[in-house]
Every structure is written in C-alpha cells, then in structure tokens.
Design a protein around this ligand. Structure first.
Ligand SMILES: *[C@@H]1O[C@H](CO)[C@@H](O)[C@H](O)[C@H]1NC(C)=O
Ligand SMILES: *[C@@H]1O[C@H](CO)[C@@H](O)[C@H](O)[C@H]1NC(C)=O
Length: 365
C-alpha cells in the first residue's frame, strides 16, 4: 500500500468513527438554537456546549447510546452539582424556551426547572415530540396556555409546570394522557373547570392543582382513578358538593380542598376512609360532622375550620385510631367536647369560635 492510499484509508476510518459517535448535525444545530434564546449569566452552564459531538460532555444533555440522538435535556437551577457550589448560588436564567427543541425528535425528557427568570410560552410544537415522557418546567415565569393538543403525548408520565404564570383552561385533551402519573399545575393562573372525564387518567397518582382559579364542580369520575394517592385542589374557586365516592378510593391518602366555595355536607365516607390528610377548611360546608369515625379513621391532619358546620362533635370521634392535628374552629358547633385519647393533646385553638362548645380544653360545660 502506498503512503497516499494509507492516509486515505486512515481518514476514512477516522471519519466513519466520528460519524458513529457524534450526534447528528441537526440535533447539534437544534441545541445551539435552543441555547441562543437563553441567557445564563452566573454559572456558565452553556460553556461546555462546544465541539461537534453534542452527546459528549455537553452540560445537561444526554443521548440514546444506540442512536446517538439527543434524548434528555436536564437543566435544573437548583441542584447539588459542583457548578453551583463553585458559584455559591442557585441558578438564574432569562430568555425563553425556543421552539427549536422540537427539532430533537427523539427527546424523552425536558427538564428546565427553577431558573426563576425564564419567560415566554410553552412551545406549542412540544406536542409533536412522540417520545416525550417528562415535561418539567417548574419554577420559571412561563406564561400563556398549556398547549390545547397536549393529549397527543401518549407516553407522557410527568407534566409539571408548577410555579409559573400559566393561564387559560386545562385542555380537554389532557384526559388522553393515559400514561400520566404525576400532574403538577400548582401556583399558576389556570381557570375554567376540571374536565368531566378526568377519571380517564388511569395511571395518575398525584394531581396537584392548588393555587389557581379553577371553578366548577369536582367531577365524580376522579374517584375512578385507582392509583390516585394525592389530590390537591386547594385555593381555587371550586363549588358544589364533595363527591361521596372520593371517600371510597383505595389509596387516596391526601385530600386538600381547602380555600374553595364547596358547599353541602361532609360525606360520611370521608371520615372512615384511607384518607389521612384531610383539609376542608375555608369552604361553605354545612350540616353535621358525620358520626361514623372508627378504628379505620387515622388522621395526621383533619382540618374542618372556617365552615358552617352545626350540631355537636360526634361521639364516635373518640374511637378514631389517631388524630394528630384537629381544627374545628370557626364553625357553629355546640355541646361538650368528647374526652378520649385523640383529644388529650389538643389545645383550645382547635375549638374556638364556635357557637357553644364546652369542656376541656375550653371552659367547663
Ligand atoms: C388547611 O387549609 C387552610 C386554608 O388553606 C390553611 O390555612 C391551613 O394551614 C391548612 N391546615 C393544615 C393543617 O395544613
Ligand atoms: C352560614 O349559614 C348562615 C345561615 O344559613 C348563612 O347566613 C351564612 O352566610 C353562612 N356562612 C357561610 C360562611 O357560608
């Protein structure tokens, strides 16, 4: 072999290797366009985004080892990474999320969390990323709506846009996300009602929607979500009754409906259920507290304060296994406070501002 041929062979082998290892130029170009729309002044997280291979040592980027396509964007503004220790601060970033990320067709997770200053909207085109499993944009200043066709993301397991400025309704199509396990929309400006067929979200285990402007009633279909453990609808504008079926859910452990306009009676099912954390404070509930407490009643929190509850405190409450924090204050209850172990540690503040409750820890009857 002549020297010249040898060089040609070496160059061919080297470029074949390069082609096998580097990310496709289109992925690299999409990432650089994404980066161009952001400004991160303190940590230098984007300094590593150089060189031809975006799968190699680009901060926050990982690729599928087989296809060498970009699979994850993982940029967290609060983390243990040494880059934060060196800077002695948490992250801050401005700019917006460029639609160019939609040029990364194999994306499986997008986490751009806790940068505090990122504005703009959720690019509508994210709903065309067929492999997307995680979309986590918590803790920015993102505004505008959740894309109406979010339901196209059939593989999505986590949708977290909490602590932003998202407005508009919960898209009806959301109930097509039949893989969704974790939905976190807390602390935004979301309005409108909950989809009637919310119960189609069969895999959901946490639905956290507090601190929005959600109105309408609680759809009874929620109670058909077998795995739902945590339902937080507090501090919204929900009205109407509490569906009795919520108290029959197999693993529902936390039910926060506080700070709404919910009316009607407290369903008996709720006090004798798997629920251990029940906050119904600051609603328009009326009628009596159901007298069906029993050994299955185990509450770390039972907060019924600031309602319009009448009658006496039910005798059966003494048979509850445990009540850690009880608040019955600011109602219209009357009569003696039962004695017994769940009450031994409670203070007057649990009972004040009622019509005529009496006995320890209040004044004798
Ligand atoms: C229950 O909800 C009310 C109103 O949102 C809140 O003030 C209170 O702290 C909550 N109770 C507990 C025990 O967390
Ligand atoms: C409680 O009930 C009374 C009498 O029905 C009503 O006048 C009052 O507005 C109610 N209060 C609340 C907070 O719903």
């Amino acid at each position: 072999m002549s020297f010249g041929v040898c060089i040609v062979v070496m160059v061919l082998v080297a470029s074949a290797n390069w082609a096998a290892e580097a990310c496709p130029p289109s992925d690299r170009a999409a990432l650089l366009a994404f980066k161009a729309a952001l400004h991160e002044p303190y940590l230098g997280i984007f300094n590593s985004w150089t060189g031809p291979d975006c799968c190699h040592n680009w901060y926050g980027i990982s690729c599928d080892p087989e296809t060498r396509r970009v699979a994850d964007i993982n940029l967290r503004g609060e983390s243990e990474d040494p880059i934060f220790e060196r800077a002695h601060r948490t992250g801050y970033m401005t700019g917006y999320i460029s639609p160019s990320i939609c040029g990364l067709p194999r994306l499986s997770s997008v986490t751009i969390a806790d940068w505090k200053g990122i504005t703009g909207v959720i690019p509508r085109c994210v709903t065309s990323l067929p492999f997307l499993r995680i979309l986590d944009l918590i803790g920015n200043r993102i505004s505008g709506p959740i894309p109406a066709d979010i339901g196209r993301l059939r593989r999505l397991t986590v949708l977290n846009v909490a602590d932003n400025l998202i407005s508009g309704p919960i898209p009806r199509s959301i109930t097509s996300l039949t893989s969704l396990m974790h939905l976190d929309l807390r602390n935004n400006r979301i309005s409108g009602g909950l989809p009637r067929d919310f119960g189609r979200l069969r895999m959901l285990s946490r639905a956290l929607l507090s601190r929005n402007q959600i109105g309408g009633t609680i759809p009874p279909s929620v109670s058909s979500i077998y795995r739902l453990a945590d339902l937080d609808l507090s501090l919204n504008r929900l009205e109407g009754p509490i569906p009795e079926s919520l108290g029959r859910m197999a693993v529902l452990a936390t039910l926060n409906l506080d700070g709404n306009l919910i009316s009607g009676n407290i369903p008996a099912t709720l006090v004798n259920s798997a629920i251990g954390n029940l906050n119904l404070s600051r609603n328009k509930l009326e009628g009596r507290i159901p007298d069906v407490f029993g050994p299955r009643s185990y509450f770390t929190v039972l907060d019924l304060s600031y309602n319009n509850l009448t009658g006496s405190i039910p005798k059966s409450i003494s048979s509850a296994s445990y009540i850690g924090h009880l608040d019955l204050s600011h109602n219209r209850l009357c009569g003696p406070i039962p004695a017994g172990s769940p009450f031994d540690h409670l203070e007057a503040s649990s009972f004040i501002y009622n019509t005529c409750l009496c006995g320890k820890p209040l004044k004798p009857c």
